[in-house]
Design a protein around this ligand. Structure first.
Ligand code: GCO
Ligand code: MG
Length: 405
């Protein structure tokens, strides 16, 4: 079997997605997601100019060889653009392998470790009361885990909050220039303690609570927050500090027993090696699209298992349904799976372009049993939603200093 053609399609059914379609001479095709939010066209150029020409005529069944060829063979290893390009191809090849075998991808990985995949939903409100009423709505739908975000009083916009002027940016893909946001750690810390105090009071102790700091705090501030939140028993505190320097988490870890999660921006196992090996985190949140595909995610999961770190794949709206399908297969297989982030199966346009086969009921997802990834992509319908340049916001401290968004 040979790779005959590879098509890269960018569409914007509400937000931009980069879809890779690998077509074989046997008529079977596979799909992959290569979306990097705000830098989509860089991945397209990388794929079209530098990857696709090298793969035509190769045997799509040699997934590992193609992965190594693209990773080691580039000389310039890692980085979000390279790894998203590799990921897009890799997912498509797993999809093809499943279709050849007549088996869903989770079977190729080793079969089911569980019947269904536990999900956490989002609740992000304009006030603490608004957040908690959204959380109650989520719990009423059967979810047992919910991520709480709330607008910070005194700041115009806050990450993760839906509603007037407090946009949750990842839901929209039409911002031709980067908007700017303000950040104040002091204002935030006051809000967040009250949020979790009220949450436990109103939601009880039977629900798993999570929170995403979106890398806004220094390590010692993270340590302080982790300690402050201990009485409220979080499932995990996500991205409390940046970990370009993985040692940062040593500082946080030695001060608090609040479980820690990180990894959505990681491109490879090397970005989390020390965090895992030194047991500085509890959940690794790498995504198939950004960390090098299913081949790389499987390796990260196995490595993490040795150190009691569980997987909690990123599930934001800027990962396409193809990535979500790949995650549900990985989550169904991984013996050390923790929880899957879930923001719904997409708006109507997304659902018309991507045909998904995942059942979600009562806060859990059931993997598709179709051969391959079990997701399809309608290229004709995608044409109705052309690419629109769009950026994530840039964050600044109140004095104007650029900060982590
Ligand atoms: C999450 C993430 C996302 C990111 C987004 C950036 O936990 O879901 O933090 O919301 O902000 O993926 O493109
Ligand atoms: Mg996050």
């Amino acid at each position: 079997m040979k790779i005959k053609e590879i098509r890269i399609v960018v569409c914007n059914p509400g937000r931009n997605f980069v879809t890779v379609k690998v077509i074989t001479d046997a008529g079977i095709y596979g799909l992959g997601d290569a979306t990097v939010n705000g830098r989509e066209m860089a991945v397209v150029a990388y794929l079209e100019e530098h990857v696709v020409p090298c793969l035509i005529g190769r045997d799509p069944q040699n997934i590992e060889d193609i992965w190594q060829y693209l990773y080691k063979g580039a000389y310039w290893r890692r980085g979000p653009i390279t790894m998203a390009a590799i990921a897009g191809i890799d997912m498509a090849l797993w999809d093809i392998k499943g279709k050849i075998a007549g088996l869903p991808v989770y079977q190729l990985l080793g079969g089911k470790s569980r019947k269904s995949v536990g999900l956490y939903a989002h609740a992000g409100g304009l006030t603490i009361e608004d957040t908690l009423s959204k959380a109650k709505g989520v719990l009423d739908q059967g979810f047992k885990a919910v991520r709480l975000q709330s607008a910070v009083p005194g700041l115009e916009t806050t990450y993760g909050v839906v509603g007037d002027k407090k946009d949750y940016y990842e839901l929209q893909g039409n911002r031709p220039l980067p908007p700017e946001e303000q950040w104040s750690t002091q204002k935030y810390l006051q809000m967040v303690e009250e949020l979790f105090f009220e949450a436990r009071k109103q939601l009880g102790t039977n629900v798993s609570l999570l929170h995403d700091v979106h890398s806004r705090l220094t390590p010692i501030e993270s340590a302080k927050l982790g300690k402050m939140l201990e009485p409220y028993n979080l499932m995990f505190l996500e991205d409390s500090s940046i970990a370009e320097n993985q040692q940062n988490y040593q500082v946080i870890r030695q001060h608090t027993t609040t479980p820690l999660a990180i990894g959505e921006t990681y491109n490879s196992i090397w970005d989390c090696k020390e965090l895992i090996q030194n047991q500085l985190i509890d959940y690794i949140r790498a995504a198939a699209t950004h960390a090098g595909g299913i081949t790389a995610m499987r390796r990260i999961a196995d490595f993490a298992a040795i150190y009691n770190v569980r997987t909690a794949p990123h599930g934001a709206p800027d990962l396409s349904p193809i990535c979500f399908a790949a995650h549900i297969h990985l989550d169904t297989w991984a013996p050390n799976f923790g929880i899957q982030e879930f923001v719904g199966l997409g708006n109507e346009q997304i659902q018309s372009v991507f045909d998904q086969d995942i059942k979600v009921t009562n806060g859990v997802a059931f993997v598709s049993d179709k051969p391959g990834l079990g997701v399809d992509f309608d290229e004709e319908k995608a044409k109705a939603y052309p690419y629109k340049r769009s950026y994530l916001p840039v964050s600044r401290l109140e004095d104007g200093t650029v900060w982590n968004w």
